[in-house]
Write a protein that binds this ligand. Sequence first.
Ligand SMILES: Cc1ncc(COP(=O)(O)O)c(C=O)c1O
Length: 272
Amino acid sequence: MFEGLRGYPAHGCVSAVMQLRPHMRRMLQSCRIVNLPLRWSEDELCEAVLATVRANGYASCYIRPLALRGYGQLGVDPTHCPVDMTVIVIEHGAHFGAEAAEKGIDMGTSSWRRMAPDTLPAMAKSAANYLNSQLVILEARANGFADGIALDAQGHVSEGSGANVFAVVDGVLHTPNIGSSILQGITRGCVVQLARDAGLEVREVTMPRELLYCADELFICGTAAEITPVRSLDRKQVGAGARGPVTTHLQAEFRALVTGAKPDRHGWLVRA
Ligand SMILES: Cc1ncc(COP(=O)(O)O)c(C=O)c1O
């Protein structure tokens, strides 16, 4: 089980960690889902992340807490393998490159589906799920796309290899609901909040693939991707083929909050 968090440059501290507690809560939930006994509390996990960020000194960083079964016995039953935990911090900039945030990326619908709900638990951020993500992004890149969008086992839109999907249709923000084998993204939650702050309607839906082709704007979001516009899907232009007004607004608000240009009104940042 793992997490992925981001630290942003901030005055008077090493870095400001985005949504620390929700990430650590999700890590505990992931462990609970797969019966991995973690012997640290939410507070201790938060403190471990902050201490590691401080010790490494990177203002702009990606943080990867990782809990795994260590060496115990060979075999499928993991019960007697000890649980180890590591926190990794690396220096980090823009995930898709600075240009992508402005111009958008080209994506393709993957031939790989997300895991069916009775196979692997999509809500758990488990390394096991990321073989599926790897297949999605490898196929997308081989086809000349920046990333892929996977459908769920029923053929509805699920998510990107490492990000959630949003479509703006007639001014309403649509995103797949948690029944569509998605990871319940923390950034997805921030986007919903920022959209509602702006008076936009947000619908969590079972999303037919073709809704994506009808979208005026499309974007993906995640800790690494932040908010990245999608300018084409399956070689079809999205909207006007450029970042649209809703995406632009949400991106600007998100940036202003994480860079400290605007007050952290939702209490999303924790100073390390
Ligand atoms: C499969 C998948 N979906 C969605 C997300 C977005 O989640 P978050 O916003 O919590 O980073 C990620 C990122 O970690 C992911 O790997």
